[in-house]
Design a protein around this ligand. Structure first.
Ligand SMILES: Nc1ncnc2c1ncn2[C@@H]1O[C@H](COP(=O)(O)OP(=O)(O)O)[C@@H](O)[C@H]1O
Ligand SMILES: [Mg+2]
Length: 319
């Protein structure tokens, strides 16, 4: 049995979701007899870690700081093994622009996109490039902040007139935004879990929103989105989606577990990668636990495996 610190809460916009993920993780750990400490991540994080001296940290944080590599860097520094991806994979997952460039460089499909920083806009006249972009992407376009989660700050711009306001809205979440080709189709999530034989893709979850607005509320309000697992897909399509998710996981350098979001485009039948989440939600209604369950992996077994993987990870190079 180990002494496990569950890192939860934090100051990101996804704090409430993280508290629920953390509570569920702690409950599972306690049931199997681990010595569990809850740490609501804040200014005293390093002090808490050095005074509590856990054997391992379970990072149940979502969004900024917890999922973007910041907390992972601190854990490396303090020398405490921790769950899921390391700093560089977290950074690539959290920044959709970096992730999409990595996909594109590796020849993996992702919707066409153009990204700019606030500086490009304010100091380099990037706004003048909008008409050219709009011409290349067609409408509607999707405007999103590079580094937010849970659909926060994402706007669909039906016409050119809607783009500036959508960009301004996205800039209130991050200093980098992207304009992305809109993909009409089915929304799939493939969770990936590492194991003795390397990463394994779990059964696919399809999210079927009940309205056109698949936003933050819809995602967490039970009943406003239907989740089907395993998704009803042609077996060949399912296999391709799982293979693509594993490719994305490897290209980003993920470890332990992650969730890859894809679209299955209606017109073309093509699969395309939207993003990867280094620490997806682990609440009662979250997709990864549902997918694990469908693969016969209970939440307790999932948590246990993730802890074992954390303890087995090679420490970061000190040379
Ligand atoms: N290019 C796109 N085409 C169509 N729908 C999109 C597109 N990008 C995002 N969406 C919708 O917005 C949701 C959230 O987008 P995503 O890129 O996964 O960001 P996050 O989950 O981090 O907020 C997706 O699940 C999908 O419903
Ligand atoms: Mg997503």
């Amino acid at each position: 049995m180990s002494r496990v610190a569950v890192l939860e809460g934090g100051q990101s916009l996804e704090r409430q979701v993280s508290l629920r993920s953390g509570a569920r993780v702690r409950d599972a750990l306690e049931r199997v007899g681990h010595d569990v400490i809850a740490i609501d991540v804040g200014r005293d994080l390093v002090e808490r870690l050095t005074s509590e001296r856990p054997d391992v940290a379970f990072v149940a944080l979502h969004g900024r700081d917890g999922e973007d590599g910041t907390v992972q860097e601190i854990l490396e520094l303090v020398g405490i093994p921790y769950t899921a991806s390391g700093p560089s994979a977290c950074m690539r997952c959290m920044d959709k622009v970096l992730a999409k460039h990595a996909f594109r460089d590796a020849g993996l499909p992702t919707p066409d996109f153009y990204a700019f920083s606030q500086t490009a806009f304010e100091s380099l006249g990037a706004a003048h490039a909008l008409p050219a972009i709009e011409e290349r992407l067609d409408f509607p376009v999707v405007v999103k902040p590079a580094a937010q989660g849970s659909a926060l700050g994402i706007r669909f711009a039906p016409s050119a007139a809607d783009v500036p306001a959508a960009i301004v809205a996205a800039f209130s979440y991050d200093t980098k935004v992207l304009l992305e080709r809109h993909v009409a189709g089915r929304e799939l999530a493939v969770s990936v879990l590492d194991g003795a034989d390397g990463p394994q893709a779990l059964p696919i979850v399809e999210a079927i929103p009940r309205s056109d607005h698949y936003d933050f509320e819809a995602r967490y309000e039970i009943g406003s989105t239907d989740f089907v697992c395993p998704a009803e897909l042609d077996p060949q399509v399912a296999q391709r989606a799982q293979a693509l998710a594993l490719d994305a996981y490897r290209v980003l350098g993920c470890y332990g577990f992650a969730r890859v979001d894809l679209m299955l485009e209606t017109d073309t039948g093509e699969l395309t990668l939207l993003e990867a989440n280094a620490i997806p939600g682990l609440t009662e209604t979250s997709l990864l636990p549902q997918a694990a369950e469908a693969a016969g992996i209970s939440f307790a077994a999932f948590v246990e495996r993730v802890i074992d993987l954390a303890l087995a990870r090679e420490p970061a190079s000190t040379g």
